[in-house]
Design a protein around this ligand. Structure first.
Ligand SMILES: [Zn+2]
Length: 342
């Protein structure tokens, strides 16, 4: 009897320990992914890493809203992330987007959904990923403990999947931007080519990431047409235009990028900002631009999807063949190359 009771007690204690152990095991996995991403983004000489236990915690990220659903959703538990920078821009709120039916965002073209309050901005970057510039943008965002939406070109994702993975690992939203940055409004493109451009891009980004991207899409050159829009609607992919175009691809200096964004913001008061992490001037402008946003009292809203994109299996398969990466081998060199004559 005493033995049986003892065994029962031991099982209870063991179960409790397992449960606690499981919790601890899951927590560091997340922070290590984040640390890796930030470390990878710090390719350039940078200030020393954050202290292990920062004294000040920047605004913890919480889900505060849902678009376009009006009914409040059960909040998704978010990992509390400490911010080493007490003056960081941070993230003021996170919104979750229900992409059913392909809602459109950005008043330059889509005027239905007005969800930003005065002084609220959404940071978005097109043409990701690209060496040097994308990691520099990631570092600037990490230094300010803030989050953005990246629209990746399928081809760029296939060239630099490791950089796109850094974007996702840092907690940013990754959407898509076609396979080859084709103008989908061009009269030269057939309906099938338009579909191929969209779906090849979606599947290529999924393959590069190793997981499905967000069902967020931006038309190259902001060139849309009714047929492409209705196709994206059937695919439940949200369409992004912009409220505020930085025209950073035309800028001659980082200062010009900053001035364009800040001048437009002062006039408009809020908005989804379009930039390109592909552009050198933008990457160079980012630390100062984020400081100016903070100083100007602007707040960053982070957009993320309610559910991941559903890519089409046929395109996944086709892109897997097209994007075939060199096979890494674990075999020792001398089993592959041997001197047979000297
Ligand atoms: Zn673009």
């Amino acid at each position: 009897m005493r033995n049986a009771l003892g065994l029962m007690l031991m099982s209870v204690v063991a179960a409790a320990l397992l449960a606690i152990g499981g919790w601890f095991w899951t927590s560091p996995a997340r922070s290590s992914a984040k640390t890796q991403a930030i470390a990878a983004a710090q390719a350039a000489p940078a200030p020393p890493p954050a202290p292990a236990k920062p004294a000040v915690r920047n605004d913890p990220i919480e889900v505060t809203g849902s678009i376009p659903e009006k009914a409040p959703l059960a909040p998704t538990p978010q990992p509390k992330q400490a911010c080493a920078n007490p003056d960081a821009l941070g993230v003021s709120r996170v919104v979750e987007v229900d992409t059913t039916g392909g809602p459109g965002f950005g008043f330059e073209h889509f005027k239905q959904i007005d969800f930003l309050a005065d002084k609220e901005v959404v940071l978005t970057f097109d043409d990701s990923p690209w060496p040097v510039n994308t990691p520099a943008v990631l570092k600037a965002l990490a230094d300010q403990c803030t989050k953005a939406v990246f629209f990746s070109i399928g081809k760029h994702a296939s060239f630099h999947p490791e950089i796109l993975r850094q974007v996702a690992a840092a907690g940013h939203t990754v959407g898509t931007h076609t396979w080859s940055h084709a103008n989908l409004n061009s009269k030269k493109l057939t309906e099938q080519t338009v579909k191929d451009e969209i779906e090849k891009g979606n599947s290529a980004v999924k393959l590069a990431l190793g997981t499905a991207p967000a069902p967020f899409f931006r038309f190259p050159e902001l060139q849309h047409n009714p047929a492409a829009m209705s196709y994206l609607g059937t695919r439940n992919i949200a369409m992004f235009s912009t409220d505020l175009d930085s025209f950073d691809f035309r800028a001659k200096s980082p200062e010009q990028v900053i001035n364009t964004v800040m001048t437009k913001l002062e006039k408009q008061g809020k908005g989804i900002i379009l930039m390109h992490d592909f552009q050198k001037h933008t990457a160079e402008a980012m630390p100062e631009l984020l400081r100016r946003l903070k100083a100007g009292g602007y707040k960053v809203v982070f957009m993320k999807p309610k559910a991941p994109m559903q890519t089409l299996p046929d395109y996944d398969e086709a892109m897997m063949k097209e994007m075939k990466l060199p096979v890494a081998t674990a075999r020792p060199v001398n089993t592959i190359v041997q001197t047979v004559s000297q």
